[in-house]
Design a protein. Structure first.
Length: 264
């Protein structure tokens, strides 16, 4: 078994949990080899074994190029945080906003780039970036859903690009494998960075988490107070029992001679 295949089962399980295998109802001809089957509802199911294999291939390509020569693009809102996190750990360049025409072809543009490799989050939404990369003969790695066009895409990674958990997991797995190949991580140890950090979160999600955390703390405090009250009541009951036993005194037993005078 190859060293990189040790985490294959765990990675595929994570893909199933994040629904990375759920495709769209439409499927292009070039994406059919990556489809496992089609459900009765019309949803295409992606073969995640091929997804994992393509991730390994893409990681090898990225690891073989200087980080400054790699440009990662994301125009969708929920794909921008995964891209920024990917760049944070792999030190590549990013374009996590609206694509400005001419960024690869017009040298007068303020954000002009000359990358040797481009990674896009969805070729359907990042069409302008893929076209400009084709004009400049720049190879493109793309995360593709079943309905994504594959024109000018060199390495397609089939996955669910419409779920924020799925796209976050894809970038997390790609970043981890790149760090493995660069020698910055040891394969015998798990990456201590959680995948949750790559998931896009809105202000509503943050507020909801804070409310849930506050409720949980209140419940814990309430439970501790109830435990303390039960302990106090138990101690109080034990003290009353000792007082009753002491108050009974000799009268609780049989008096010698049956007479208090004789007892005195």
């Amino acid at each position: 078994m190859f060293s990189y295949a040790k985490t294959k089962d765990k990675d595929i399980l994570s893909m199933l949990i994040t629904k990375a295998h759920i495709g769209a109802k439409n499927c292009t001809n070039k994406m059919r080899p990556y489809v496992w089957k089609r459900e009765n509802s019309g949803i295409h199911i992606i073969d995640i074994a091929k997804t994992w294999e393509k991730l390994m291939v893409a990681a090898r390509v990225i690891a073989g190029i200087r980080p400054d020569d790699v440009l990662v693009v994301a125009t969708r809102e929920y794909a921008q945080r995964p891209v920024l996190k990917f760049a944070q750990y792999t030190h590549v360049k990013t374009m996590a906003s609206k694509w400005v025409p001419g960024m690869l072809t017009n040298q007068i543009t303020r954000n002009y780039h000359e990358p040797r490799l481009m990674v896009v989050s969805d070729p359907r939404n990042d069409t302008s970036a893929v076209k400009e990369a084709a004009y400049m003969n720049i190879p493109v790695i793309a995360f593709c859903d079943t309905d994504s066009p594959l024109e000018n895409v060199d390495i397609a990674i089939p996955c669910n690009t419409k779920a924020k958990q799925s796209i976050a997991l894809m970038y997390w797995l790609l970043a981890r494998e790149v760090l493995y190949l660069r020698g910055q991580l040891n394969r015998s140890q798990d990456w201590d960075i959680m995948m949750d950090l790559f998931i896009h979160r809105t202000q509503e999600d943050v507020l909801k988490d804070q409310i849930d955390k506050a409720k949980k703390e209140q419940e814990e405090e309430k439970g501790e107070d109830e435990d303390e009250e039960e302990e106090d009541e138990a101690e109080k009951g034990e003290g009353e029992g000792e007082v009753d036993a002491g108050a009974a005194g000799p009268a609780a037993g049989k008096v010698p001679g049956g007479d208090w005078a004789g007892y005195e």
